[in-house]
Structures are given as structure tokens and as C-alpha cells.
Design a protein around this ligand. Structure first.
Ligand code: NDP
Length: 245
């Protein structure tokens, strides 16, 4: 156990953007809590990779929609490493449908994971983060694009952006910043699964930089906000999207 390293919880770090964030922050010197919901083997692989590169990490299973499980995750991080400095609120799900075709289950689950999940972790972080900490939430550029079929998903992320700016003000006096990253289309399972190649190619060309984002592109934005260069950014949403909006 090192008291010098800052400790970061990265939710949904078993794969996709969260996995890239965990590896990047580990390279930047953070001790990492690799949260996952169902992907135990992938989370363990992530921890082994971080350790093999000389970093420190543990896994922590918790469905972020479950407030008690989130509290237990923070407790286990405090027991293992003495405290928590950074929360990266990356865990999220996306199911697209027109509002007319969105059933209650689609609405309830996205609200539970994306909005309540972000609330659950933010609430714990607000009470427990060490002074000087950072909270980095995940929104999406769909909050600006507002395309058909993204209604419920975009609503969850708009809620996250609103809580980001409000929590930044509520944490006055603790030297804790709260920001969001809002990726555009990024090459992960969440974006790619179920889409025909021609749709992927079309969406990839929408941004003036004419490609999909990579998990590492987004991890770089998170690393900026979590590190010394991001210290004056607070209450903001950073759209990391190649210029799509
Ligand atoms: P992926 O589907 O690739 O990965 C999602 C991760 O979240 C997995 O590690 C998964 O873990 C975890 N997760 C899902 N549900 C829960 C839960 N209830 N509790 C804890 N962990 C959970 O998604 P991305 O990496 O693409 O997305 C990461 C974030 O970025 C999300 O918030 C998403 O909304 C946002 N985003 C993504 C964009 C994209 O184009 N990819 C664009 C804009 C925003 P497990 O396998 O264990 O379930």
C-alpha cells in the first residue's frame, strides 16, 4: 500500500472506454479500483495488465444502480488504499428506440444505470473523497446532437450534466472539481454492437476529423481532467468528439 499514490475508482472499467481510462490513469501514477458489474474475468485481466506494467489495482464488483453496492465499493477502496481521490463515473448503457417505441423496461434500466448510477457514485464521492479530489462523469455528445431514437439515453446524460455543474458548486471549500466528458461515437461494444458496417462508416465520417473516437482518445481527456493540467476546470462538460458538435 502506498500513501503517495492517488486512488481512482473507475466504474465500468472491465472493457471499452473505462478499461482504457483505468490503464491510462494507472500509467499516470494512480492506484486504480476497476469496477465492473458482470465482467469479472475482463476486470481481472485489466488488473493483471496494470500490475504487469508496475501499477497498483484491485477489482470491485458493484452494479452502480445499487446504492448499497456502491457504498460497499467505496468502503473496500478505503480499506485497501486508505482513501479515494478520484471518481470516474464511466459505467453506462445505451438502448436506442423512438420515444413511441420505448417501453418501460428500456426507460427504467437506462435511468437506473446512467442517471441513478451516476447519482449513487457521486453521492458517495461527495461524502468521502479526500480534499483535492476530482469527479469525472460521463455524458454523451448526443445531448447536443439530439438525433431521433436517443431520447431516453440523451435524457439520462443531460441529467448527469446538470448534476455535474450543481455538485461542483456544492463542493465549494473542499478543492474538489466535478466535470463531465461527453464523447462522440467511439469504437466500443456500446457503439458498434448491432450496427451494420455502412452505418458505422457513415457515423464515423460525421465529425470533421472523419473517424470514430478510440477509447484511448477519451481516456486522454479524462487524464487531463484528473491530472495537474486540469486543475482549473470545474463544473464543465468537455465534448471529446472530433468536432461532431
Ligand atoms: P461499453 O459497453 O463498451 O462498456 C460499458 C462498461 O460499463 C463495461 O465495463 C460494463 O461492465 C460497465 N457497466 C455496464 N453496466 C454497469 C453497471 N450497472 N454497473 C457497473 N458497471 C456497468 O461502453 P463504452 O465504453 O462505450 O461507454 C462508456 C461510457 O461512455 C458510458 O457512460 C457511455 O454512455 C459513454 N459514451 C460512449 C460513447 C460511445 O460511442 N461508445 C459515446 C458517448 C458516451 P460489465 O461488462 O461488467 O457489465
Amino acid at each position: 500500500m502506498s500513501q503517495e499514490r492517488k486512488v481512482a475508482i473507475v466504474t465500468g472499467a472491465s472493457r471499452g472506454i473505462g478499461a482504457a481510462v483505468a490503464e491510462r490513469l494507472a500509467r499516470d501514477g494512480f492506484t486504480i479500483v476497476v469496477n465492473y458489474a458482470g465482467g469479472a474475468a475482463e476486470a481481472e485481466t485489466r488488473v493483471q495488465k496494470i500490475k504487469a506494467a508496475g501499477g497498483q489495482a484491485i477489482t470491485a464488483q458493484a452494479d452502480v444502480a445499487d446504492a448499497a453496492a456502491v457504498a460497499r465499493m467505496f468502503e473496500s477502496a478505503e480499506v485497501a488504499f486508505g482513501g479515494v481521490d478520484v471518481l470516474v463515473n464511466n459505467a453506462g448503457i445505451m438502448t436506442v428506440a423512438t420515444i413511441a417505441d420505448s417501453d418501460d423496461a428500456l426507460f427504467d434500466r437506462q435511468i437506473a444505470v446512467n442517471l441513478k448510477g451516476s447519482f449513487n457514485t457521486m453521492r458517495e464521492a461527495a461524502k468521502r473523497l479526500r480534499d483535492g479530489g476530482r469527479i469525472i462523469n460521463f455524458s454523451s455528445s448526443v445531448v447536443g446532437l439530439l438525433q431521433p431514437t436517443y431520447g431516453v439515453y440523451a435524457a439520462t446524460k443531460a441529467g448527469v450534466e446538470a448534476m455535474t455543474s450543481i455538485l461542483a458548486k456544492e463542493l465549494r471549500g473542499r478543492n474538489i472539481s466535478v466535470n463531465s466528458v461527453a464523447p462522440g461515437p467511439t469504437a466500443t461494444g456500446l457503439f458498434l454492437n448491432g450496427k451494420p458496417q455502412d452505418v458505422i462508416d457513415r457515423l464515423a465520417k460525421l465529425a470533421p476529423l472523419e473517424r470514430l473516437g478510440t477509447p484511448e482518445d477519451i481516456a486522454a481527456s479524462v487524464a487531463f481532467l484528473a491530472g495537474p493540467d486540469g486543475s482549473w476546470i470545474n463544473g464543465q462538460t468537455l465534448r471529446a468528439n472530433g468536432g461532431i458538435i
